[in-house]
Design a protein around this ligand. Structure first.
Ligand SMILES: [Zn+2]
Length: 155
């Protein structure tokens, strides 16, 4: 590795230090990654009602000076309840790929054309089986072609 690029990797933003991490603002010329870290910090401060509360939450996740990831996850994510269809999707005999796709469908996270259109990735929304607009609900419940397939599967 050339000497110049090694030196470049070690550079930190000039205004960086641990003591002012909680109040530092992104500056022009900072790396994209650094700006993202500061954005997440700001979002976390908003969610937890300020820096002091966030620090307390982070400290509650530490054991022997190390952050326990499972504790951090529990702090960040709200407690969820087990839904009645849990075993239908995550049954041990199911193929994991199928379970994951079903889980995405339940949470409306499949990359259907309506979602791709909202993301600006596609410009036209047209079901490839009929003339309807492709969405999760259309593919699973409204599309005439899909209905025919479901009828054949269920026979
Ligand atoms: Zn259709």
């Amino acid at each position: 590795m050339p000497k110049a690029s090694k030196k470049r990797q070690k550079q930190k933003p000039a205004h960086y230090s641990y003591s002012n991490f909680w109040s530092i603002q992104a500056k022009t010329g900072d790396s994209w990654m650094w700006k993202q870290i500061l954005k997440i910090r700001n979002k976390a401060q908003d969610i937890f009602g300020g820096t002091d509360n966030l620090k307390l939450k982070l400290q509650s996740c530490c054991r022997n000076s190390k952050i326990k990831v499972s504790a951090l996850y529990n702090v960040i994510s709200p407690a969820s309840s087990i839904v009645t269809w849990h075993n239908t999707i995550w049954e041990s005999i199911n193929i994991l790929r199928h379970s994951f796709i079903c889980w995405l469908a339940v949470h409306n996270r499949l990359l259907t054309q309506d979602r791709l259109l909202n993301m600006g990735i596609m410009t036209v929304n047209s079901c490839c089986f009929c003339s309807g607009h492709e969405s999760r609900d259309h593919l699973f419940f409204e599309c005439a072609f899909s209905k025919d397939v479901w009828v054949l599967v269920m026979e």
